[in-house]
Design a protein around this ligand. Structure first.
Ligand code: C2O
Length: 544
């Protein structure tokens, strides 16, 4: 491979959406950010310089970062943030991966505007395991807030209530014609008849899972989270924040119209308010004549259509071919049962809180609401061998006391704060059952693991049954990904091999749940051999 150099200048830029001009943080003045493109086997060096007053850090979502945890990016987990005027060069190689991933800021809610595609092409002279597309197009879903997103999250943390919701969804940064004052800001995908397009879809929303359709067209799904899957046909895509999905779109040879609408709307099962709007874009055929047919918004499911989500996610299977095998751990060294969901804490004195019964919302895994350190990064602390009480290694392997996770009334009200980690020996095989819990109702959670892909060996509704459910696990061709939607009122079981030493964040990719503490960290120890040890930090690693 070769080394690809990128320069990221974090700078302010004025952007107008919905008739309001707002100053936002951007990379190189672009919103959304420009793609980082590399090939499998390449080294990528991205030199980031911070020209704004906020602290920043960047994450290369889905990149394995084999032996390069210092470049992973979550603030106070693998690095201290890059302060105003400072630079840091993220330096990593791409090993054993090809497909669509993305990059985003990983501090507070700055990823709202600091994000872009990360595209890994296959090795030179290697083809896709599907017909070569005529063209490849990134499709990034985002959320637009008229308000400043930093003000939105700090208000949510102060009151312990839900944050203000976004004012629009966007496709490649554009809200589209269904919003007031937005008709000129519409994404147009221009296509020729009878061709195949590869759509590289990324959900960069802060807090919303989405349904997506194109009128009168279907898709062939070929990849999830930069891993090929057995192709399947669908007329709808479901995509959660953090997830990426590659689909083939075959255009019609003789379309009945020149233009068709594409549209996305939220899937939401939580309580309270959410952005229940629809973003539309246009699929535009290049044809000699204009067929005048009225545009129709494709019929999207109702916002709470959990069965559509379950049906869609059940279709994913690893390719599991000789060239792209599914190395599913067949036996397990360490088993964990993690409850994931919202809970509540008593409201601090002299404060008004908006959680259930006047309490303060918290989010937790196994009753632990995780607190990030703020004067040091966990990876630095771990690597130095001098902990000084920054973290403990007693993250519970199961909830403190079992309860009816998916039943009502809620029982997840005993949340404690802590910076707790799990220590794994090098190369251990790990199984984690992620069990959703109810608070005011059930809610889905897109759980993301850094530094690894995992196999989703099973999922179901209700409480996980340790007697019956494991017998139904798929250990042959389960989908391999980095972000799994834990079903609303259900569970998902994942397996991975801890072959990448370092400190690895795992968290809900709903930004509000991340802020409320739905996160934890794994410490994976070095192995015995030289290629199994985390090298020392680069000299320019930021200090706190
Ligand atoms: Cu895409 Cu920890 O994040």
């Amino acid at each position: 491979g070769i080394t690809r150099h990128y320069t990221f200048n974090v700078q302010l830029h004025n952007v107008t959406r919905l008739c309001k001009t707002k100053t936002i943080l951007t990379v190189n003045g672009k919103f959304p950010g420009a793609p980082v493109v590399a090939r499998e086997g390449d080294r990528v060096v991205i030199n980031v310089t911070n020209h704004v007053s906020n602290n920043v850090s960047f994450h290369w979502h889905g990149i394995r970062q084999l032996l390069s945890g210092w470049a992973d990016g979550p603030a106070y987990v693998t690095q201290c943030p890059i302060q105003t005027g400072q630079s840091y060069a993220y330096n990593f190689s791409i090993t054993g991966q090809r497909g669509t991933l993305w990059w985003h800021a990983h501090i507070s809610w700055l990823r709202a505007t600091l994000h872009g595609p990360l595209i890994i092409l296959p090795f030179k002279n290697t083809s896709y395991p599907f017909p070569k597309p005529h063209k490849e197009v990134p499709i990034i879903f985002g959320e637009w807030f008229n308000a400043d997103t930093e003000a939105v999250i700090s208000q949510a943390l102060k009151t312990g209530g839900g944050p203000n919701v976004s004012d629009a969804y966007t496709i490649n940064g554009l809200p589209g014609p269904l919003y007031n004052c937005s008709a000129n800001e519409t994404f147009k995908l221009r296509v020729r008849p009878g061709k195949t397009y590869l759509l590289r879809m990324i959900n960069a929303d802060l807090n919303d899972e989405l349904f997506f359709k194109i009128s009168n067209h279907t898709f062939t799904v070929v990849e999830a989270d930069a891993v090929y899957v057995k192709p399947f046909e669908t007329d709808i895509i479901v995509i959660a924040p953090g997830q990426t999905t590659n689909v083939l779109l075959k255009t019609k040879t003789n379309p009945s119209a020149t233009t068709f609408y594409m549209a996305a709307s939220p899937y939401f099962t939580g309580q309270g308010t959410f952005d229940n709007t629809t973003v539309a874009g246009i699929l535009q055929y290049k044809l000699p004549h204009n067929h005048k047919t009225p545009l129709q918004i494709p019929p999207l499911p109702p916002f709470n259509a959990t069965s559509v989500v379950a049906n869609f996610s059940s279709k994913f299977r690893s390719l599991a071919s000789p060239q792209f095998p599914a190395n599913v751990p067949q036996s397990v060294d360490r088993k964990f049962f993690f409850t994931v969901g919202l809970g509540s804490n008593p409201c601090p004195k002299n404060q008004t809180c908006q959680g259930p019964n006047g309490s303060m919302f918290a989010a937790s895994m196994n009753n632990v609401s995780f607190t990030n350190p703020n004067t040091v990064a966990l990876l630095q602390t771990y690597f130095s061998g001098r902990n000084n009480g920054v973290y403990t290694t007693d993250f519970p392997a199961s909830p403190l006391e079992p309860f009816n996770y998916t039943g009502m009334p809620p029982n997840n009200t005993r949340v404690s704060n802590g910076t707790k980690t799990v220590v794994l020996p090098f190369n251990a095989t790990v199984e984690v059952v992620l069990q959703d819990t109810s608070i005011l109702g059930a809610e889905s959670h897109p759980l993301h693991l850094h530094g690894y892909n995992f196999f989703v060996v099973g999922q179901g509704f209700g409480n996980f049954d340790p007697q019956k459910d494991p017998a139904k696990f798929n250990l042959v061709d389960p989908v391999e990904r980095n972000t799994v939607g834990v079903p609303s009122g259900g569970w998902a079981a994942i397996r991975f091999r801890a072959d990448n030493p370092g400190v690895w964040f795992m968290h809900c990719h709903f930004e509000v749940h991340l802020s409320w503490g739905l996160k934890m960290a794994w410490i994976v120890l070095d192995g015995e051999l030289p290629g199994q040890r985390l090298p020392p930090p680069p000299a320019d690693l930021p200090a706190c």
